[in-house]
Design a protein around this ligand. Sequence first.
Ligand code: SAM
Ligand code: SF4
Length: 472
Amino acid sequence: MDFSLTKGAVDFIDDALIMDLLGQKEDKGKVAEILSKSLEKKALTLDETAALLAVKSPDLLETVYEAARKLKREIYGNRIVLFAPLYIGNYCMNDCKYCGFRRSLTTAVRRTLTDEELVEEVKGLEREGHKRLILVYGESPKYSPEYIAHTVDIVYSTKEGHGEIRRVNINAAPLDIEGFRTVKAAGIGTYQIFQETYNKDAYRKFHPADTRKGDYMWRLNAMDRAFEAGCDDMGIGALFGLYDWRFEVMGLVSHSLHLQQRYNVGPHTISFPRIQPAHGLDLDLRYQTSDEEFKQLVAVLRLAVPYTGLIMTARENQSVRDAVMQFGVSQIDAGTRLEIGAYHEKASNKEAQDLEKEQFQIADNRSLDEAIRWLLEQKFIPSFCTSCYRVGRTGEHFMEYAIPGFIGKFCTPNALMTLAEYLKDYASPETRQAGDALIREELAKMQEGSLKQQLLERLQDLAENDTRDRLF
Ligand code: SAM
Ligand code: SF4
């Protein structure tokens, strides 16, 4: 690996500017203007984002939530995309103070899946009905770009019954340009890297200087290297609880604006995990983000970056997921197991977690079927869609579709098709009943025309001839 920074490396996090902007007081008139701008689906500036973060009074906050709900409905409709994380290995040379995999934690049980075990894990996930995975790795010479590409190949080529994984995303250490080329060639979807905290002092506190991850700029610049390597589908994130939550939102928006300005493509997704209990965790948690703050940060992100998918993970419990999903989130994981090997070695999600073997504790351990039924009860369309990336609607190309509002034309039919596949192949009888009812309701809402006709034909084809995976 070449650990030198690229020539164009820039520090786009202006700490002084962010602190200055965060000093502003709540201003009702300004907030109203900003909300009407964002309802026109325009990305917000840093100053506008800070103005929304300054809102404290409950009535004004409610108008922010209402705007976020409206924007989410208009851009993404009522579908929620589902995925599962798959931990490949937890060897790690870093020592991030919040993580159950950190190198100084000698009691952590270390393991990397063998190729055979990986195949069994994927089959276990396919038997549940999963189609989209994110592979997760510690940072170690064992997990080279070539090794990551090798595991991606195994996942795509493992098929069980009607099961197949159609999109593999990655969450792993930042690579050099050559490394990003290697993983792109393996056909990955999104490459996710979280900055953890955008504040440099806090970053130093949690990531010792003598570790690879101790280099703030190497990590901050990772997405730029990925773009230089031709990847255009990147996920950013911050680990909330390391520093002031408002600063982190400003960091995420600065990062998005930087990528948008420089490469004409913003991040594909933003994640906002909150720190969870983990094996050996002993942290100063004075910045732990409360549920109310969490709600506000998701709503503000939704408004600030209207075309970026927002991911909420099973770190959050069901009631937080209920509260937040309405106004911002477009993707969640479900049926999640973090222990390496657990998708084929543990009987169900309900078995207690063994934190010595896992990165952190999750708060939502429902099965995929339970999560789908919960979404259906709230009138969300659970979606396993993988279409955009497979037909080349990514990066700049994807923005062409997103901005004129074409997404509804592709997303709803794809969501309904992939839901119908799930219901046919994997659902429990109760979930199937709820899902069939929702599909009927959604079809009744659709405008008559060739698109609806095509969808009806394909649904019939699936029911009668078992024809799957036809993309809109
Ligand atoms: N090792 C790579 C890295 O650090 O970039 C891959 C990702 S790590 C396995 C996945 C993410 O988990 C980290 O980026 C961090 O944000 C998150 N994480 C670590 N410890 C956590 C904890 N105690 N609670 C919640 N999330 C945590
Ligand atoms: Fe390693 Fe990632 Fe955990 Fe840090 S967060 S110790 S890099 S696995």
